[in-house]
Design a protein. Structure first.
Length: 296
C-alpha cells in the first residue's frame, strides 16, 4: 500500500463520492476509481458499498480508515521531522492524557519548554489510559500522561509530582452532600456512574469491600464533564478524582479511608524519537526533579 493511495482512500471515505473526491484530489474520476479497485484487489476485501450517487464504507473499509489515518499521520510527521531537522528544533510532539491535577504540571512544563523552543508544536489527545496506550502503540502518540493503576511494564516512565485524590461527585441536594467525607457503607444502595477502565473498577471494589455488591453501576464514562452532567441529571453518583473544576449543583466529597493515585508520563522503551521529542523528554526529567511534590 502506498501512502498516496491511502490518502486517496481517506478522501473518498470522507466525501462518500468518487467524483467529488477526484475533483478535490485534482485527478480524473476513472483514475481514482481504478486506484480504489486496485486497493481492494491488493487487500482481498470490499472497502465500499457502491450506490448510484454515493458510496459508503464496509466494515473492512472502516477498519482500513482507522489504520490509514494512523499511517498517514505518522508518515506526515516523519517527513516533517526530516524536513526541518537542520533549521533548529522544530516539529510536533503528540501527548495523550486523561484529566488530572497533574495535567496542570504538564501544561506548565510545555509552556516553559516552548519559551526556549518556539518552533516546537504540541498536540494533546484526551482519553483514558487504555485509549492513550493504544495510540502510543500504534505510533500516533509519542507519550502519555497515565494514572495508576496501569500496566507500564513495556514503557519507560517518569512519575509526576503529587497524587490524585479520589472522592464522590454528588448532587448538592443528596443526603451524601451533608457528609464531610464518604465511607464505603455510605454508598450502599446508591446507583453509580463508573469508570470505563477495568483496573479502576477493581480498585474501587476493593475499597468498597463487603459493600461492593450493594452499589449498582448504571452508566460509565471517561471524561469528568460528561460524568458530572449525568450526576446532575440524577442518573447516579460518580466515584472519581478531584479536579480544579466546579459544576453548578454538584459537590465533591473525598473518600475515607483515603484513596490516592499517582500519574506517570510514559513512552515506549527503545523508541526512536524525532529530535524535538527526545529533547523534550530530557527536559521533562529535569523539570519534574525540580518540583516539590506538595506543589500540586
Amino acid at each position: 500500500m502506498e501512502i498516496r493511495v491511502l490518502k486517496y482512500f481517506l478522501m473518498v471515505a470522507r466525501e462518500e463520492n468518487i467524483t467529488r473526491a477526484a475533483n478535490l484530489l485534482h485527478i480524473s474520476q476513472p483514475t481514482l476509481s481504478r486506484q480504489m479497485m486496485q486497493l481492494e484487489d491488493e487487500l482481498g476485501v470490499s472497502l465500499f458499498h457502491r450506490g448510484k450517487h454515493n458510496i459508503v464504507l464496509t466494515e473492512d473499509g472502516l477498519f482500513l480508515k482507522r489504520r490509514a489515518q494512523e499511517i498517514v499521520s505518522l508518515a506526515d510527521r516523519t517527513q516533517e521531522d526530516f524536513l526541518y531537522r537542520n533549521e533548529g528544533l522544530t516539529g510536533e510532539i503528540t501527548i495523550g492524557s486523561g484529566e488530572f491535577q497533574s495535567s496542570r504540571i504538564l501544561s506548565d512544563m510545555i509552556a516553559s519548554f516552548r519559551k526556549m523552543n518556539p518552533g516546537v508544536r504540541f498536540s494533546i489527545y484526551s482519553g483514558n489510559a487504555d485509549a492513550v496506550k493504544e495510540q502510543i502503540e500504534s505510533g500516533v502518540l509519542d507519550m502519555g500522561l497515565l494514572m495508576e493503576p496501569v500496566d507500564i511494564s513495556r514503557y519507560e516512565f517518569l512519575h509526576m509530582p503529587g497524587k490524585e485524590e479520589w472522592g464522590v461527585l454528588i448532587r448538592e441536594d443528596s443526603e451524601l452532600a451533608r457528609k464531610e467525607y464518604i465511607m464505603p457503607e455510605d454508598l450502599s444502595g446508591f446507583l453509580q456512574i463508573s469508570s470505563k477502565r477495568d483496573l479502576v473498577q477493581k480498585e474501587l471494589a476493593l475499597w468498597l469491600g463487603e459493600y461492593a455488591d450493594q452499589v449498582e453501576s448504571v452508566a460509565s464514562g471517561n471524561l469528568q464533564y460528561n460524568i458530572a452532567s449525568m450526576v446532575k441529571s440524577g442518573i447516579g453518583i460518580a466515584v472519581t478524582i478531584r479536579l480544579d473544576c466546579s459544576y453548578p449543583g454538584i459537590c465533591f466529597r473525598p473518600l475515607r479511608p483515603r484513596v490516592e493515585s499517582r500519574t506517570v508520563l510514559a513512552w515506549k522503551k527503545t523508541q526512536a524519537f524525532a529530535p524535538a521529542t527526545s529533547v523534550f523528554l530530557s527536559y521533562a526529567r529535569k523539570y519534574v526533579s525540580g518540583i516539590r511534590g506538595d506543589l500540586i
